[in-house]
Every structure is written in C-alpha cells, then in structure tokens.
Design a protein around this ligand. Structure first.
Ligand code: SF4
Length: 297
C-alpha cells in the first residue's frame, strides 16, 4: 500500500473517531507534504503535482484525500466546567504560622528602624505579648552596633529585669570572662536575648512570646550584620536555628543563620551549676574566635 493510501486511511480513521481537526503532532506541514510528494513520485501512473507551499489541505487533496475548505469546528479541549457546590465548603483547618501579624516583612514599624537605638525604642513601648505587664524593665540588648560578634541568650533574669541590661549578675560576669578569653571586651560585642522582657519567675518562654519577640532580634542582626553569632544555651540555639535538637547535638558544628556562622555553646548560668561544661564552652568560643579571625566584616 502506498504511503498516501496509508495516510488517507489514517485520516479517515481519525475522522470516524469524531476528530474534525488535523493535529500534526510532531509532523510539520512540510513533513506531510514530503511524505505525499515522495509517494506520488514513486507511483509511475501519477504525474507530480507540487503542492502549494505551506498549504497542507491542498497537499492532502492532491494526494486524493477529501479535505474540507471550511474551518473545522474546534472541539472543546477544556474539561467540563465544575458544577457549583450546593453549599459553601467548610474552611480547611489552620496551618503553620510563621511570624506575627505586625507584617514586619512588608514595611511594618521595624522596617523603618535604621539603628539599634531605633529598635530599642520600639521594644520599650512593645505590647505584643503579656511579658511587659510583669517585667520591670525591657532589656533590648547592649554593645557595639558595629560588633563582629553577637552573643544571644534566652531571656532576661531577675538582675537583668532590675537593671535593663543583658547578662549581668554572676552569669554576666562569667560571660565577660569568656569574651576576654577570646580577646574581646563586652563593649566590642553585642549582647542580646531572644526575649526582651523577663518571663515571670524565670519560667520558660512560651512559643507565642518567642514568635512575637523574634522580629526584634532579626532586625537587630540585620542592622549589626555580625560576622559570627554565639548562641548561649539550648533555648537561644533552638530558637535561632529553628530546631528541637539538644545542645549536645548542636555543639561542635558551624551552623548558619541567614548566612551568618552560628556557634552553639552552654549558657553561662549553666556553667555556674556545672563546671564540667567549662572546657567544652572554652572549645566552642575558641571556634568562634577562629571564625572571627578568618572572616573579615
Ligand atoms: S517580650 Fe518582646 S514581644 Fe513581648 S512585650 Fe516584650 S518586647 Fe514585646
């Protein structure tokens, strides 16, 4: 059987199946014309009839196929429209929530803060969670706005609440010594907590309080742009790194917080209770020192 007969039969089958439109698939018009032309050249009894360039209907008609000149009705390709529900569907259950309704990402108050002092002023008047009601003073953080190292702790304790300063009291004095051990004064670093008001009775911060307060820390880090962050204690590490892993699993690695290297170590208050952790803490801050030495701001 000649190629044009095969092609005609194929087209007839498709028409019988209800198709009114020729879809060339991967064949171009020229491909079809070549097939037909080659078939006709191969038939001794047929004079070659060059088809009009680009006119596949003419080419097929020349090959003997019945081709309508009318534009075929387009078969609807779209799926049938969905039937309108008889009753409004119930809303799906609540999903995950990231951030607060303050819309810090889209030009909220924090987006206008250009300095550490701007952020501190906002914290002073913050009412985003209930901790301000029981705290005596906000503790926004202190140190150099150009610090290459930021120390992040959990939340203010009693001494911090009294003074409005982070890491004071015995744990604060130990932090000062830790920094001196890596040749940094407190003034050269920036010292801050995840929460800016003291939870009553030093209880663990609630997730809603962390979510409400986290944007302040993020903005502080954005403004300071430190070379290294040291997370002191489980809570600071888990909050910064958004993980539930224990501090023993987080230590000894260089994590990243928005690209900034993060070293995890024990909280100075924990060192006061467990002196055996002093040595690993020493190793951790030495790692921070090495990162500082290798990273120029
Ligand atoms: S703890 Fe943070 S979020 Fe809560 S009131 Fe204080 S500054 Fe605002």
């Amino acid at each position: 059987m000649h190629a044009e007969d095969l092609l005609r039969r194929y087209l007839e089958q498709r028409r019988d199946q209800g198709e009114v439109e020729l879809v060339l698939d991967t064949l171009s018009v020229e491909d079809v014309m070549q097939i037909i032309g080659a078939a006709r050249r191969g038939r001794a009894d047929a004079a070659p009839t060059p088809p009009a360039p680009g006119d596949w209907r003419h080419a097929l008609r020349s090959a003997g196929a019945e081709v309508s000149t009318a534009t075929p009705a387009r078969r609807p390709l779209e799926p049938a429209p969905l039937e309108a529900p008889t009753a409004p569907a119930a809303l799906p259950p609540d999903g995950l929530v990231v951030g607060t309704e303050g819309n810090e990402l889209f030009g909220g108050e924090l987006a206008h803060c250009q300095t550490i002092d701007d952020v501190a002023a906002l914290i002073k008047g913050c009412r985003k969670c209930d901790l301000y009601r029981t705290a005596k003073h906000p503790v926004p953080g202190e140190g150099s706005a150009a610090a290459r190292l930021v120390c992040v702790g959990e939340a203010p304790g009693a001494s911090e609440d009294e003074t409005g300063r982070p890491f004071v009291g015995q744990a604060g004095m130990l932090l000062t010594k830790i920094l001196e051990a890596i040749k940094l004064s407190r003034d050269e670093a920036f010292i801050v907590n995840v929460l800016k008001h003291r939870p009553p009775g030093n209880r663990n911060p609630l997730p809603t309080e962390v979510d409400a307060c986290r944007p302040y820390l993020i903005r502080q880090l954005e403004i300071i742009r430190p070379s290294v962050i040291v997370a002191f204690g489980t809570f600071a590490a888990q909050t910064l790194l958004d993980t539930k892993l224990s501090i023993s699993k987080l230590r000894g690695a260089i994590h990243r917080y928005h690209g900034i290297p993060v070293v995890v170590t024990y909280h100075p208050a924990a060192l006061l209770r467990n002196p055996a952790w002093k040595r690993p803490t020493w190793e951790d801050v030495q790692l921070a020192r090495r990162l500082l030495d290798g990273v120029r701001k």
